[in-house]
Ligand binder design. Structure first.
Ligand code: ADP
Length: 759
């Protein structure tokens, strides 16, 4: 007799059961043959066939006989009676010796009652199975059931009862009791199946509705499009917006927000104030570029050529830009370190930003931050405000029409904070690569990815840029142009452009070099070339009139014509460098407009030892003045009375706002010494340096700009702090050739060299 272990399967006496031949072989390790006798024993727990042992089985089983081994891979077994396991002994894996006792059912179920019960269950099953896909096929099969046992054995795979519960059915001796138990299980089965069936049907119904709705919508859309194509003039705002949203390529979040606004737009009447606001919002959202651009590999040679095409000089800056492009190529990124261009106005900061965009084949957009005080200027207003607008950054993105423009943030040094929040911290978020992929403008109310934008910032000075912002950027200095740089810029760029824009050709106008040089030295006074550009524009406009009046005549502009053509007097470069008095000394200053020379004037007037300071002097400069006074008093104890009997007046006439007060220390001290000694200092001698109370000269900033200004103004000798000598490498050779530059350690060195203090 073959032992057939089963688990979670229901076997009862006098039933037909089927096994897959493969399964049979696996669990019994026997080839099934017709007529073989089998013993079904139920496992207590699911166990692998080779791990089964004497304790694996429940004590009651069923005997049966293989009635058929068919060629479709099934073994049919007819069971007969139940047995009790007396002894069992494991001989080898899957081989057991056992002895059995037959168990007889108590036949207390009369056949009429059984038939009635069978019919009842059949009806219940048929009722719910009617509406199932398998119901029709199963009908005959179900009709064919004649005993309760056969019925539940057949339904067994679908029953949700446990292995143990199945065994309990087998334990019952009384057929009447067994019938009751079977009935209970079968009705329960049909009830749960019914409920599941109903739920599935309801769900299906819902789905069907949904599909239908979608199909109708698609049809409607299609028809509407056909109509729109026929009459584009009739397309409504709403429909147009719908189409634009569709085509925009917005991400999930943005689309949801836009659709919300669209739905509200549909509800508002054309004339409601809300309508305009919602329309503007949708117009903005759909005008933004939402799709990413693929990074493009840039040819470095070509990029270099583009940079050279628009800008003369600026070699170091161009080299740095090319490096950046190379890194972007290597990393296949569209942005990289944020460059901050610092320099005086008109030195080419903004326009080279445009050239970077050209070199990268990308769109260019300029966002001016000058005078921004309100955080909302950067980050936008919430749409609950009347007149709410997006911030300047997103506005710039919209203008560029792409997601990866080169964005020049102009004048970051002119940001100021106010009670309306801190625009600098908002800007920080824009520039921070960690955060800017989800930059959320309040107006948009959904994040936008700024990570592909290449930001370039410009500023006149670093002093007013908040430290955290400065940390994000790499500073590149534009120190200004020398006179000969300016000549080249004028000849190669500014003049040809001015002529072209006024419609003047080469055979109408000639501007010889000396004339341009005269414009540079006599009619402008600047580090950059903005004034020069304006003068050349004016010149061309004036010339246009002459050319118009007498045809065919070529105009050659000579230096002496300039005053009339430019309609201005030459700029006097401050004081004439030939006249001077004791107490007046030439200093060098660095301002946000570049370098400048200034004359510090000092004077004693009858009084009681007060100090009066006038002119554009910051607090720091006032401190420098105090230090200078103390140094001079200690140097000339015998002149003490001068300070006691007089008031001292210090004045810095030029209107510019010196940014670096302390660097006037050396000039102030020299002027005071000149005043007390009554000895003049040559006005072509300039100086810059901070002075300590002990008279030690310490380093200053902005040396290239200051020296360029000195050269521009025609100074001859310049004293600078010894420590600054190393910075001379950043000063153009042309400027160094023009000036005699002397490094000093102590203020007395300057005084002695100029013969106002005895050696
Ligand atoms: P900034 O931004 O530094 O104030 P801009 O970029 O606006 O200066 O420059 C002012 C003008 O001078 C522009 O027309 C620009 O083309 C021109 N310019 C500045 N530097 C150069 C240069 N190196 N070569 C040619 N043109 C220049």
């Amino acid at each position: 007799m073959i032992l057939l272990p089963i688990y979670n399967t229901l076997i009862l006496p006098n039933t037909r059961v089927y096994f897959q031949t493969e399964d049979f072989k696996e669990v019994t390790n026997h080839e099934p043959t017709q007529g073989s006798r089998v013993l079904f024993l139920m496992e207590k727990e699911k166990t692998a066939p080779e791990d089964l042992d004497e304790n694996s089985f429940y004590p009651i089983g069923v005997r049966g006989e293989i009635t058929e081994v068919n060629d479709q891979g099934y073994v049919a077994i007819q069971t007969n009676n139940r047995v009790r396991l007396n002894d069992i002994y494991k001989v080898a894996d899957q081989t057991f010796d056992f002895s059995l006792t037959r168990l007889n059912d108590i036949d207390d179920l009369d056949s009429a009652t059984e038939a009635q019960k069978v019919e009842g269950i059949k009806e219940a099953i048929l009722e719910f199975s009617e509406n199932t896909p398998w119901g029709r096929d199963a009908k005959n099969f179900i009709q064919g059931f004649d005993s309760l046992e056969q019925m539940i054995v057949t339904a067994s795979p679908w029953l949700t009862i446990t292995n143990e519960e199945r065994y309990h059915l087998l334990e019952i001796d009384s057929r009447a009791k067994r019938a009751e138990a079977i009935e209970k299980i079968m009705y329960e089965f049909s009830e749960t199946a019914q409920v599941q069936n109903d739920a599935a049907r309801a769900q299906q119904e819902d789905y069907r509705k949904l599909y239908k709705e979608q199909a109708i919508k698609k049809q409607l859309d299609y028809l509407q499009k056909e109509l729109d194509d026929m009459h584009p003039e009739n397309v409504t705002d709403i429909r147009r917006m719908e189409m634009r949203i569709e085509e925009s390529g917005m991400n999930e979040d943005a689309r949801k927000e836009a659709e919300k606004a669209l739905n509200r737009l549909k509800q508002e009447g054309n004339n409601s104030p809300e309508y305009g606001m919602l329309y503007d919002y949708l117009d903005f959202m759909t005008s933004l570029a939402w799709r990413k651009e693929a990074p493009e590999k840039i040819d470095l040679k070509e990029a270099e050529a583009v940079l050279d095409r628009e800008h003369f000089g600026l070699e170091k800056i161009k080299r740095r830009i090319i490096q950046q492009i190379a890194v972007m190529n290597l990393k296949k990124q569209q942005s990289g370190s944020i460059l901050l261009f610092v320099g005086a106005p008109g030195t080419g900061k903004t326009s080279i930003g445009k050239s970077i965009a050209d070199a990268l084949h990308r769109k260019y957009v300029r966002v001016s931050l000058g005078g921004v005080r309100d955080e909302a200027d950067i980050r936008g207003h919430r749409r609950t405000y009347i007149g709410a607008m997006p911030g300047r950054i997103m506005d710039g993105i919209k203008k560029s029409g792409v997601s990866n423009p080169v964005m020049v943030l102009d004048e970051v040094d002119k940001l100021s904070s106010s009670y309306n929040g801190d625009p600098a911290s908002a800007l920080l978020e824009v520039l921070d690569p960690e955060q800017n992929s989800t930059f959320t403008d309040h107006y948009m109310n959904v994040p936008y990815d700024l990570s592909d934008v290449l930001f370039v910032c410009t500023a006149n000075t670093m002093d007013t840029i908040p430290e955290p912002l400065l940390d994000r950027m790499e500073v590149i200095r534009f120190s200004g142009y020398t006179a000969s740089d300016k000549l080249q810029i004028a000849k190669q760029h500014l003049l040809p452009k001015a002529m072209e824009s006024m419609g003047i050709t080469k055979d109408m106008l000639e501007v010889p070099d000396p004339t341009i040089e005269e414009i540079i030295s006599g009619y402008t006074m600047e580090s950059g070339v903005r004034g020069l550009k304006n003068r050349l524009d004016t010149l061309c406009r004036s010339v246009a009139v002459h050319v118009e009046q007498d045809d065919d005549k070529k105009v050659t502009v000579l230096p002496e014509d300039l005053s009339e053509l430019l309609d201005m007097q030459p700029i006097r470069h401050g004081r004439k460098l030939t006249e001077t008095k004791p107490g007046i000394v030439t200093g060098l200053a660095w301002t946000s407009a570049g370098g400048e020379i200034l004359f510090i004037e000092t004077l004693f007037t009858k009084g009681q030892g007060k100090t009066i300071i006038t002119g554009q002097l910051g607090d720091v400069m006032k401190e420098s003045a105090q230090i200078a006074i103390s140094i001079v008093k200690s140097m000339f104890p015998e002149k003490e009375e001068l300070f006691e009997e007089n008031d001292l007046h210090i004045h810095v006439p030029e209107g510019a706002v010196p940014k670096d007060g302390p660097s006037a220390g050396i000039t102030l001290t020299t002027a005071l010494v000149s005043l007390v000694t009554g000895k003049k200092v040559d006005p072509t001698v300039g100086m810059t340096g901070e002075v300590s109370l002990r008279g030690v000269v310490t380093a200053i900033g902005g040396l290239p700009e200051k020296l360029m200004a000195a050269a521009r103004a025609g100074l001859k000798t310049i004293y600078i702090p010894e420590e600054n000598i190393r910075d001379l490498k950043d000063v153009p050779q042309e400027v160094k050739n023009q000036l005699q530059i002397i490094g000093v350690k102590e203020v007395s060195d300057v005084l002695k060299a100029n013969n106002i203090l005895d050696a």
